[in-house]
Design a protein around this ligand. Structure first.
Ligand code: GLY
Length: 287
């Protein structure tokens, strides 16, 4: 089976002129991740690299470009999932860092816990840096850029030639969120999910995504025999019916089949399967 990466830059009320910018950065993130997959053969390395690119680009609602909370502070949530081991690491409401995805991976791989939040998560981050697990990005998190207006969470799914799956999510959260508010993105099953059969990652209003455990539902549809594209659509239809809210989801199975759907205005999506030149980008506009 051909290796695959699919990435999204967040579903939301994108300004028309910003949609091509979102697509451009998501496409570059997919390229970065795919190159790492080719080189290291690790789905986790590839998913982390793809997500790091989106966190560092300053143009999407994650990492450097994340929107601030009501106090004007950037508080980040992120999660990484190793599907074949049914394992994950999550971090929530962390301030003063730029790359929560690396911390989420550190939590998964190097601690006996799965989920850290707030100031004590920063202590784990400092421990990670001190151990040399990751290099600290220069300058750390920076103030509001406004670039992410209209956009939401970013995320990706990587599937290698053996069908191993890694999934990520990373976000600054919804606009005008209260300090301490945590959304769906670091919550296993809601903001993302993966096992040995399939994986999904979501974007949209976390308060509503958590109510329907969106990513677990979409992957369950795949496990029950629905193809990933129909599963993504069915998940968003179910979500809209039950909550009346907006979201987007991408999904992939271990056989390298993908799906994506949103009921928001737009969701930039890019995927590469097999070879770098097979890149496909989509605005994934509301149907
Ligand atoms: N989906 C991002 C959030 O609600 O925080």
């Amino acid at each position: 089976m051909l290796p695959l990466i699919v990435a999204h830059g967040g579903a939301g009320d994108w300004k028309d002129e910003r949609i091509p910018i979102g697509v451009k950065y998501v496409a570059e993130a997919a390229r970065v991740g795919f190159r790492v997959l080719k080189k290291s053969s690790s789905v986790l390395d590839a998913a982390e690299a793809c997500t790091l690119f989106m966190e560092n680009c300053g143009e999407l609602n994650a990492g450097k470009g994340a929107r601030p909370n009501q106090d004007g502070i950037i508080e980040l949530d992120a999660m990484i999932i190793d599907g074949s081991r049914l394992d994950f690491g999550s971090v929530a409401a962390i301030t003063g860092i730029q790359n929560p995805i690396s911390l989420a991976r550190y939590i998964m791989e190097k601690t006996e816990h799965k989920f850290f939040a707030g100031p004590n998560a920063k202590r784990v981050y400092d421990e990670m840096i001190a151990q040399g697990y990751r290099r600290e990005e220069e300058g750390g998190a920076i103030g509001p850029l406004g670039a992410a207006e209209g956009a939401d969470t970013i995320g990706c799914i990587v599937v290698d030639s053996k069908g191993r799956i890694a999934v990520t999510s990373s976000t600054g959260g919804i606009s005008k969120k209260r300090p301490g508010r945590i959304g769906d993105s670091p919550v296993m099953g809601s903001g993302a999910y993966a096992n040995s059969l399939c994986g999904a990652t979501a974007t949209g209003y976390g308060e509503h995504i958590m109510r329907v455990v969106l990513c677990r539902m979409v992957t369950l549809y795949v496990e029950e025999g629905t193809d990933p594209m129909s599963a993504a659509r069915k998940g968003i239809e179910m979500f809209q019916k039950k909550t009346g809210s907006e979201a987007g989801v991408i999904v992939a199975d271990a056989g390298g089949n993908i799906g994506y759907a949103t009921n928001a205005k737009a969701m930039p999506v890019a995927f590469i399967q097999g070879k770098l030149r097979s890149m496909t980008t989509l605005d994934c506009l509301r149907e």
